[in-house]
Design a protein. Structure first.
Length: 255
């Protein structure tokens, strides 16, 4: 967990508060009293523990191993004063259900994910420049007025500069604190998925993230120029009555 997050927790969580960390076993918060994660206590203690056990507040008795998307968390309503879910929701098959459970079991909390910008940047995952973002992440997560918005990370984001940033942008995003989506909530919040069905609409959403940072880059402008040219050519062929002949020549006649 980032040092600035631990500092933020120190400002909002008092010593007597009961704190839950959901999905953070890779690097659990030092402030967590309970952990819920798909990883077992034994695996974490053997492979991932970075500090003496005395530094942690949780124990094997307060560690719950489970698939956090499988149903209700094993706690009563509002048991916790504060919950932490850091760099987990972007991995999950049903982050919205997990958000609802966070609201149910907690009075407030802190959520953090990679930002859509860093998730659409090539080379951030172990320096591998062949793809954008992190190989195992499913969602682009952003803030909106009432909570969090999830948009499925499409496979085509790796294929064109229309849909991703070059590697050099990663340091810029980190320097400007644009690499993370950070959300401190109290009482309740909403989480929803932006559902888009048509490919052109999906492309428009992804392009929107790129344009927020770099405007109409060369790849986007070139695509739009090709699209305008194609539509003009189709309109001309239709007007001249040769559209069907051209289609058959390019793609073959209909059987």
């Amino acid at each position: 967990m980032y040092p600035d997050v631990e500092k933020l927790l120190a400002e909002h969580v008092e010593d007597h508060h009961l704190v839950l960390d959901v999905g953070g076993a890779g690097e659990p918060s030092l402030r967590a009293d309970f952990i819920v994660d798909v990883m077992s206590w034994e695996t974490w203690a053997a492979k991932y523990r970075r500090r003496p056990m005395a530094d942690y507040r949780f124990s094997p008795e307060t560690w719950y191993q489970m698939d956090i998307c499988s149903g209700r968390l094993p706690f009563p309503d509002k048991m916790f004063d504060f919950s932490i879910c850091s760099h987990a929701l972007e991995d999950l098959r049903d982050p919205i259900a997990v958000c609802k459970e966070l609201v149910r079991v907690s009075r407030g909390g802190y959520i953090e994910t990679p930002s859509p910008y860093i998730e659409l940047t090539r080379g951030v995952d172990s320096g591998d420049k062949r793809y954008a973002g992190y190989y195992h992440h499913r969602w682009l997560v952003s803030r909106e007025e009432r909570g969090l918005l999830f948009f499925a990370k499409s496979h085509f984001v790796h294929a064109s500069r229309r849909f991703h940033f070059p590697p050099r942008y990663a340091e810029r995003f980190r320097r400007q604190s644009l690499d993370r989506t950070r959300f401190l909530w109290s009482v309740s919040f909403e989480a929803r998925e932006l559902i888009v069905l048509d490919r052109e609409d999906v492309e428009r959403v992804i392009e929107g993230f790129i344009r927020e940072v770099s405007g109409l880059n060369a790849a986007i402008m070139w695509h739009r120029a090709k699209l305008v040219g194609w539509r003009a050519a189709v309109a001309t062929a239709t007007r001249l009555g040769i559209r069907e002949r051209l289609r058959n020549a390019l793609y073959g006649a209909k059987e």
